[in-house]
Write a protein that binds this ligand. Structure first.
Ligand SMILES: Nc1nc2c(ncn2[C@@H]2O[C@H](COP(=O)(O)OP(=O)(O)OP(=O)(O)O)[C@@H](O)[C@H]2O)c(=O)[nH]1
Length: 663
């Protein structure tokens, strides 16, 4: 509770210009509510959402705030647990069929996965004291791990949710280490104990092998049925520390997420570390060096609910009429314009694992697509965007993603949320090459260059070394399959780094792989050799020297730049033949013969033919002179020649992706 409010507000230099609801300045006397009043409080907040009345945040000093994330492997029940928490705290009615309420995006609903971390503020009473809980539901898939690591920065603790049927999986381990690195309190929770196959004792043992925690400290719940969820909320209050915030210090807030709203401009999610922020105040974003007036400020409950104020330790949103041209704000520090402070560390930039070109189908849509990509990147700060151009597709962008699912979701969001119609080229990974005597070759500033687009590989006789990106993968599987997994690792050029047991039958295996070998179909191969009992996660592991070959294709003698790729020399010829055959299936039949050729390092390897349609140009003739018929056929041949010379091949827009990512 803020006892000396007037003192705090005196530190807020711009306060005098702001018209504040006087209630904010008067700390309420009924902060400690009796147990009996919990229910009515819940009702109060539940009706509050509908009416969007003011919520008095001045009641909640840091000791009464808990900021936490739910982290887990894919499908272990994070969003379901979030639903139950929203119900118990009265944010959503209990009697409705609530399913993954925080998965708000169309793509999330359609795919049944979380791709975007979502925050929600809840009010919950324990022992007669009401707490403000800020919950972040995070994605489980490795391609969205940047969402997890950013969300952790706004929290002091995590709920590590583990499916009591499946046990600890690769992303459980990866996310747990993220939380340990961030120094957060971990509350392990076993979910799905209602399932017949659940084995809480074994899974509890697996967790204890990873992290020093006693069995009593591991909670056992069913998020689906609601069993034990109140205990989780109580544990959040009791075990997660309050934010280490100081209301007396000048304002310092971390922007940990953002999105674009067509009416309000950019909306930022902020975690206020120190000080107090009020509606109408002038703020500066440290790195962007931009100044704005706060227009709206509030909490996500889970919808935007204006509160006119956010105090130290609290998490909420602000709008300030920030235009899309401002550039990214995620990771930036916000402070009062008149009181600059040392910025917070921000975030390590996301490291793109794959790159693909994105082009408008119709070049007249270029400016609109540029705007859409910019707006989407406010909500997905893990992509890297650079301008690019292709001979066939015109100007576009080369975009870096964290994986293929991320790439697919980004494209789907562009289409669904921005009505964009795009061509996306095949994904490439960032190789590096070293150039002979690079200092003498003007266009190369350094001697090592990164190749994001294989068609732009320098001529090979000036390349002295090739390097490929590596990953450290974590595989978790029953020891029954050790032999099959070893064979798969060898086939994919992997090297075992470490292999231990998670319990008495499950192996946790660390392997260094070339990224190229695991990017496309590795997980499917893994699932197939282990009958679905394996899980897999990976992280960046730098570069290693390798031997690469360039595989390229021509269609009717015109090079298809978008299909050019680099791969390990030992696999180049087989891959070239495979892709050439897939191309033959993917290119629709034309009115003329289409010849597809595959080359490795410019040497011809294979040819495939797509047979032409033969349109019956003589159909309309009923008998008559044979010379008339021949004349029509000759005219058809001439027409076809013209088309062929133009290389005029119409291919479906997703042909590049289909051909190169097919299993
Ligand atoms: N039987 C049972 N099923 C559950 C329980 N909790 C979640 N589920 C089911 O598990 C599936 C995945 O649940 P989600 O809540 O979407 O899992 P998630 O971890 O949020 O998934 P991602 O965000 O995509 O990683 C859904 O079909 C849920 O209904 C539980 O306690 N018991």
């Amino acid at each position: 509770m803020y006892k000396n409010f007037s003192k705090i507000f005196k530190t807020s230099t711009t306060l005098r210009n702001v018209n504040i609801n006087p209630n904010f300045l008067v700390p309420q006397s009924n902060i400690v509510v009796s147990k009996q009043s919990t229910w009515s409080r819940r009702r109060f907040y539940s009706t509050n959402i509908k009416k969007k009345e003011n919520i008095d945040l001045t009641e909640f000093s840091p000791e009464r705030i808990r900021n936490f994330c739910i982290i887990a492997h894919v499908d272990h029940g994070k969003s379901t647990l979030a639903d139950r928490m929203l119900e118990i705290t009265g944010v959503i009615p209990e009697n409705q069929k609530n399913e993954q309420v925080l998965d708000k995006l169309q793509v999330e609903r359609e795919r049944g996965i979380t791709v975007k971390a979502q925050s929600a503020s809840l009010f919950y009473s324990v022992d007669g004291v009401t707490y403000l809980l800020n919950l972040v539901d995070t994605p489980g898939h490795v391609d969205f791990s940047y969402e997890v690591s950013r969300s952790l920065s706004a929290c002091q603790g995590v709920i590590l949710l583990v499916d009591a049927n499946q046990g600890v999986q690769a992303q459980t381990v990866a996310n747990m280490y993220l939380a340990i690195e961030a120094g957060l309190e971990i509350i392990p929770v076993l979910n799905k104990i209602d399932l017949k196959g659940a084995n809480p004792a074994l899974v509890s043992e697996q967790i204890q092998n990873l992290y020093p925690v006693s069995d009593e400290e591991i909670l056992k719940i069913s998020a689906k049925l609601g069993t034990g969820v109140s205990d989780v909320l109580k544990a959040v209050v009791k075990r997660i520390p309050p934010p280490p915030s100081d209301p007396m210090k000048p304002l310092k807030a971390l922007v940990y997420d953002s999105w674009f709203d067509k009416f309000k401009g950019i909306i930022c999610n902020i975690a206020v570390q120190d000080g107090v922020l009020l509606k109408g105040e002038k703020v500066t974003f440290h790195h962007a060096q931009k100044h704005f007036d706060i227009q709206e400020i509030g909490i996500l409950h889970p919808e935007q609910t204006p509160t006119n104020i956010l105090l130290s330790g609290q998490v909420g949103y602000v709008t300030a009429n920030v235009k899309s041209s401002t550039g990214t704000l995620v990771g930036d520090t916000m402070y009062h314009k008149s009181e600059p402070v040392e910025p917070l560390p921000g975030f390590r930039p996301a490291k793109a694992m794959v790159f693909a070109g994105i082009y408008p189908i119709d070049q007249s849509q270029y400016a609109k697509l540029r705007e859409s990509i910019t707006k989407l990147t406010f909500n997905d700060s893990s992509v890297t965007v650079t301008q690019d151009s292709s001979a066939a597709l015109g100007p576009g962008w080369c975009i870096g993603f964290l994986g293929l699912l991320h790439m697919d979701v980004f494209k789907q969001r562009l289409e669904q949320e921005f009505d964009a119609n795009v061509i996306i080229t095949a994904p490439n990974i960032p190789y590096k090459v070293k150039i002979f005597g690079a200092k003498n070759i003007k266009q190369y500033k350094g001697e090592e260059i990164t190749i994001l687009n294989p068609s732009k590989l320098p001529v090979q006789n000036i390349i002295s070394h090739y390097y490929e990106p590596m990953v450290r993968a974590t595989l978790i599987y029953p020891d029954l399959y050790i032999g099959e997994i070893q064979a798969l690792i060898t086939e994919r050029r992997g090297n075992t780094e470490n292999q231990t047991y998670l319990d008495n039958s499950r192996v946790i295996h660390k392997v260094i792989f070339p990224l190229n070998e695991i990017l496309i179909d590795f997980f499917d191969a893994l699932k197939s050799v282990t009958k679905g009992y394996a899980s897999f996660d990976y992280e960046d592991h730098g570069y290693e020297e390798t031997s690469l070959s360039k595989v390229s294709f021509t269609i009717n003698d015109a090079e298809v730049e978008e299909m050019t790729l680099l791969c390990h020399t030992s696999k180049a010829e087989t891959l070239c033949r495979k892709i050439c055959a897939r191309l033959q299936e993917a290119v629709p039949r034309q009115q003329f013969r289409v010849q597809i050729k595959g080359q490795v390092n410019q040497k011809h390897v294979c040819t495939e033919i797509v047979k032409p349609f033969r349109k019956d140009v003589t159909q309309k003739l009923y008998g008559g002179d044979v010379t008339r018929r021949n004349k029509l056929l000759a005219k058809q041949v001439e027409g076809k020649k013209k088309l062929r010379s133009l290389g005029n091949i119409q291919v479906p827009k997703d042909v590049f992706i289909k051909v190169l990512t097919q299993k």
